[in-house]
Design a protein around this ligand. Structure first.
Ligand code: NDP
Length: 251
């Protein structure tokens, strides 16, 4: 791993699977101590043990970022237990696809609450700590869906578009506090994300067709490396945005 994160403390939401889990492992391998947040506590506890077993430092902090109080507690406990807060990776997310008409509006609420409000709550809790410390780095997981609207993804598009707008405005607000903001926009990554649509046969079929067309999709580790690259830059360099698609993904 060419980037050195030693001495950094990084809090990662959605660390129980996929990109968040891979990011925790990559940050720890680069020398950072990590706080792992998610609802599935047994998964993050296992991951923390694995990182500590490899000589790293990790704490598992069960949270639900859709709940403001618990999102804030995650950031505060990460800071208390690691003694610093250099990075916050707002990675927790859900993607529930399908047409607008006839949609289950609970799915909309879940996406807005996790992908947008959860990210806002954690950021809100982290900013004063980072400013006080003299700097920090907020990494927000958006998506190609934050740049390109697609039939069947309207509300997921809305949430990721929101992440992009918020992140750029935050970057401008926080730069005088030495707080950097990075937007990560992955294309198709093989994770559990797609499987949340299992109730919807048409959506699952469309995703399977997309996967077949692409051939080799991204691995969670590919995105983790992009995140470590952004976190590993010197203080005067802010990677504002990274769009990473599988080579054969068209849009
Ligand atoms: P996964 O489903 O593997 O991971 C999602 C993570 O979010 C899980 O760890 C889950 O943990 C966590 N999460 C969900 N809801 C909550 C909640 N209320 N509170 C706390 N944590 C929560 O998907 P990915 O790794 O693929 O997704 C990570 C991010 O990357 C998301 O923001 C997604 O939108 C984005 N992304 C993914 C792409 C892909 O193709 N996979 C493409 C573009 C962007 P738990 O259930 O334990 O709480």
């Amino acid at each position: 791993m060419p980037y050195d994160l030693s001495g950094q403390a990084i809090a990662i939401t959605g660390a129980s699977s996929g990109i968040g889990e891979a990011t925790a492992l990559a940050c720890a391998a680069a020398g950072a101590s990590v706080a792992l947040g998610a609802r599935r506590s047994e998964r993050i506890e296992e991951l923390a043990s694995r990182i500590e077993g490899d000589g790293g430092r990790a704490v598992a902090l069960e949270t639900d970022v859709a709940d403001e109080r618990r999102a804030r507690a995650f950031v505060e406990h990460a800071y208390e237990q690691l003694g610093r807060l250099d990075g916050l990776v707002n990675n927790a997310g859900v993607m529930l696809l399908g047409p607008v008409e006839g949609a289950d509006t609970n799915d909309w609420r879940r996406m807005v609450e996790v992908n947008c409000l959860g990210l806002l709550y954690c950021t809100h809790a982290a900013l004063p700590v980072m400013r006080e410390q003299g700097g920090g780095h907020v990494v927000n997981l958006s998506s190609t869906a934050g740049r390109q609207a697609r039939l069947g993804a309207a509300v997921y598009n809305l949430t990721k578009w929101g992440v992009n707008g918020f992140s750029e405005a935050l970057r401008q607000e926080a730069l005088n506090s030495n707080i950097r903001v990075t937007i990560i926009e992955p294309g198709f990554v093989e994770t559990e994300l797609q499987s949340h649509n299992v109730k919807n046969e048409m959506v699952m079929q469309a995703m399977e067709r997309a996967r077949e067309e692409i051939g080799e999709v991204l691995r969670a580790e590919d995105i983790a490396e992009a995140i470590v690259y952004a976190l590993g830059q010197p203080q005067h360099v802010c990677v504002n945005e990274m769009l990473v698609r599988p080579t054969r993904q068209r849009a």
